[in-house]
Design a protein around this ligand. Structure first.
Ligand code: PFF
Ligand code: NA
Length: 452
């Protein structure tokens, strides 16, 4: 394969994978799940899962991408054919692309809320507002299909634009500007949170480990979150891995991605909980933690309008660098398979995702109760999409672990990993036995919710 389809620098895969990993999962989902599940104990299980399940699968998924040098769907076809293994494994590519499609459709809607809040905070509209007013304004946003649709369109359009510009000019170029800027913003928000908020309470909450605080449900959510946060099982990492330099170390890169992603989640947690506790509020607010509780805190803090606006820019930027990694696997497949130009392939992917996102948009208003999806699934469309996420991501991760652990040959893996036997054996043990057991555990617990 020519250099045309390889990242410009040896380190670009790391940058791109960190861009994919760091997103709403770190800034929105991690804090509210931690808040709902008692703090430190949740973080302990989460970190443990990242280490023994997340990192090995991250290595495996990157390895599949780099050894095939194709988009996930075509790559799995190539790998199964060249290894003479069952074509059933090709489901990994299809499921990943399908999951990426579904997840992007609602990721974009939620990221769109951050666009709304950026405007709301910078304009000073929330300054001094009380909790009730701010809660009501979130309700009003969700009740407006027009607004949600506008933000969803803007966000997904921006993601498409970047990917349509190509992997070098668009994705690499965009990341090289956005990632450092996002890091600087996060540092500003963190310092602000620690200075004006109650950092001591935040640290106590996040770093007091008492496993008795954690329900079985909390365990499972911690494990599910470790997949989501590392972007596993959806072809994003595989697609980016296809462009990875053959010289970069798989193991070192995977560990770096996991460490950076976890540190950023923790930094966001410290900033957010310092502000929330400093304003005398509680941690267990659920998904509204970022969109209601945090704006309430910003509303009565000095400089809160500006810093709040800056914080939501961070949310939009982090979500954007993740969204482009969801566009790429499907677009790359359309491009390869049907010989389309990149802009056309991206337009098809993003257009389809935009349309699917309408389900999420309408689930908050027009369709909220007693509607078709309620009759079909007993859940709102948004819940259905979340549920698909919780099934497809761990399942994709499980299959990747099994394929890399059992179907690839020792020589393939050792060559790709450029490692010694001891590390290879440790990795192989983790992907063959530990990761599948852990995923099966999450999975068995999630399935009964279909009827629930
Ligand atoms: N890892 C992203 C986050 O934490 O927000 C979400 C994500 C992006 C999941 C890309 C999956 C993916 F393929
Ligand atoms: Na993440």
């Amino acid at each position: 394969m020519s250099g045309k389809n390889i990242w410009t620098h040896k380190g670009t895969f790391l940058l791109a994978a960190v861009g994919s990993a760091v997103g709403l999962g770190n800034l929105w989902r991690f804090p509210y799940l931690t808040g709902e599940n008692g703090g430190g104990a949740f973080i302990l299980v989460y970190a443990l899962t990242i280490a023994v399940v997340g990192i090995p699968i991250l290595i495996a998924e990157t390895l599949l991408g780099r050894s095939s040098r194709r988009s996930p769907i075509m790559g799995m076809k190539y790998l199964t054919e060249s290894h003479g293994t069952s074509s059933a494994w090709q489901v990994i590519g299809w499921m990943g692309a399908g999951a990426a499609f579904v997840i992007l459709s609602f990721y974009s809607v939620i990221a769109g809320w951050a666009i709304h809040y950026t405007g709301l905070l910078f304009s000073g509209a929330l300054a001094g507002a009380d909790a009730e007013t701010i809660g009501a304004s979130f309700g009003a946003l969700l009740a407006s299909p027009e607004r949600l649709l506008l933000y969803h369109t803007l966000f997904i359009g921006a993601s498409g634009l970047i990917v349509a510009m190509g992997i070098h000019r668009g994705i690499e170029g965009g990341l090289r500007i956005m990632m450092p800027a996002l890091f600087v913003i996060l540092m500003i928000v963190l310092v602000y949170g620690v200075v004006v908020g109650d950092a001591a309470a935040a640290m106590r909450f996040l770093f007091t480990f008492n496993l008795n605080d954690l329900s079985l449900e909390g365990w499972l959510q911690a494990m599910g979150q470790s997949f989501f946060t590392l972007s596993l099982g959806m072809g994003a990492i595989m697609a980016y891995g296809a462009y990875m330099s053959s010289e970069a170390s798989l193991t070192r890169t995977a560990v770096s991605i996991a460490v950076v992603d976890t540190l950023i989640a923790l930094m966001a947690g410290v900033a957010i909980f310092s502000l929330v506790f400093g304003s005398g509020m509680e941690a267990g607010q659920g998904p509204g933690l970022m969109f209601v509780t945090l704006p309430i805190a910003f509303a009565d803090l000095p400089g809160g309008s500006i810093l709040g606006g800056v914080f939501f820019i961070l949310v939009i930027g982090a979500a954007l660098t993740s969204a482009i990694s969801l566009v790429e696997p499907v677009a790359a497949w359309l491009l390869e398979r049907f010989d389309l130009s990149r802009p056309v392939a991206v337009a098809i992917m993003v257009g389809g995702c935009w349309a699917l996102g309408l389900l999420t948009v309408f689930s908050f208003n027009v369709w909220s109760e007693g509607t078709i999806t309620h009759q079909w699934f007993g859940r709102s469309p948004f819940d259905v999409l979340e549920f698909i996420t919780n099934i497809l991501m761990p399942l994709g991760g499980l299959l990747i672990a099994l394929f890399a652990g059992w179907a690839l040959t020792r020589e393939d893996v050792i060559r790709q990993m450029a490692t010694n036997d001891r590390w290879f054996s440790a990795w192989q043990f983790l992907v063959r036995f530990v990761a599948p057991t852990a995923v099966a555990f999450v999975f068995l617990r999630t399935i009964p919710q279909v009827e629930g």
